[in-house]
Ligand binder design. Sequence first.
Ligand code: MSP
Length: 581
Amino acid sequence: MLSLPARCLLRPPRLPLPAPPRRGSYGPGRRWFLSTPIFYVNGPPHIGHLYSALLADALHRHRGLLGPGPGRLATGTDEHGLKIQQAAAAAGTSPAELCDHVSGLFRDLFSRAAVSFTDFIRTTEPRHRRAVQCFWTALQGRGLLYKDFYEGWYCTPDECFLTQAQITERPDAQGHPCKVSLESGHQVHWTKEENYMFKLSEFQEPLRKWLQGNRHVISPEPFYQVVLQWLEEDLPDLSVSRERSRLQWGIPVPGDSTQTIYVWVDALVNYLTVAGYPDAHHAWWPAVHHVVGKDILKFHAIYWPALLMAVGLDPPEQIYVHSHWTVHGQKMSKSLGNVVDPVACFKQYTVDGFRYFLLRQGVPERDCDYYEEKVIKLVNSELADALGGLLNRCTAPSINPSGIYPHFSALCFRKGSDHMDVEASGRALAEDYELVASVDRLPLQVTDYFEHFQIYKALESVVACVRQTNGFFQRHAPWKLCRDNPAEKCWLDTVLHVTLECLRIYGILLQPVIPATADKLLSRLGIKPEERAFTDLTFLPRYHGKPCPFEGRRLGPDTGALFPRLETPRRRQLEIKGLRP
Ligand code: MSP
């Protein structure tokens, strides 16, 4: 699974063996195609949407560092359906105008957030209409659609049909009993109309076989189990169109102007549209890896693979599932007025500060909570103090007046498994060898975590190494060493060299998560853009008896603190002290 280039494999023998390779793994030269869900345009983006996009972006950037590709990252907006039709009517605008406006907000947000998408699809584009109609024709051609009277519950906010078992009764805002979806809590309505049905029930067994043969296709693992469990239950046929008289804002069924294609079929096909379907998708399909929230797992892990099998295409190679963000312990909702605007977060915490927070604190297996103090505390302690402080200390003119990447002395920092014995002649201590071992194994560890969709763990391991490096620096107190004494200078330079080498590795590894800060860090170290790939991750080559291209090189210009400390707003300080209600 870990296919790092040979130069990256330089590591101590104690490294635990990586897990065996599996379908969906990636490495240099491999083609990858990542996707985010496409976002509904009935409201502006919030931090949950941003999180879906950032996870995909971090994976995409990480793969780009492993090798030059080819790779793609697709995102976009889901613009059809009753929900959008109703939202436009409520806003007194046309669906097309609403879509243009909100789609623009998503696009701007992702550009501002440095989401490195290679395609931004809108389901209202002609290329997509063509793909959806072609897909529909393929389903029909294979005899997998039939017309029938559908009667049941429909949930417009979720754009889905629900069985009796999936609904419950709750009082509405006025206290009147109302039927809602058990899962989302959104209101449902009884619908009775003639629709096209897709023979989903015929795919229960093929879906089970696919999942059983690909145990890692859905990760994290608990979500894989959830899907298997769903497949133990009844899998009824799926209504895949709506009467055009009720839903005009959508793609018409080819050859039947009385029906509109169900918005979820329309939306799912976006992944094929961006891959070039119906003419040019083979180069990319099925190398697709979807990032999706847990609320849309059934659509991606059951309906979508079944629809793909139905037209003779392979199911996706990988489905990464994440949980949700709550705010002060509550679900985000317009009615509670607690929806968090990501652009306001960028202003408050900076783009990289907020990217770091979401990816470091977001654990895909479980819901995570957002609140202001948590972001400030985390970002200050890990980015401003630990990482920024370390860079500041080892590049300060008082400690490194020449402003160069200093030389490493193999006499001061002796190589060898018997380092305990050579301690007396060298100056490195047992903890220093532990640091070298930790940083040596870090690139593989980080890659393994990324590949297992555990970006938060990758960051945790980087931070642990940053702390270890701060310990190393503190322990040897280079500011106490005398430059005029040749023996001391040798050791002083070595301490600085090791610290800069650690920072170089952290800078390269952090690029997928905090691209601007990593760029600033690497530029300060004098590392050129073409020296920042995973092939450049050989840590401390001089310790391993190899030449170091950076030794003696001038450091980059000092452009100020790596990451400015964030201030708790005065309003909150007063609240915390109990001086404000
Ligand atoms: N349009 C569909 C997806 C179609 S994909 C073929 C949709 N859109 S959405 O705008 O409602 O959601 C998009 C993504 O945002 C989903 O992955 C969803 O899980 C995610 N999030 C929405 N609210 C969220 C949180 N509160 N927290 C984290 N992610 C959340 O579903």
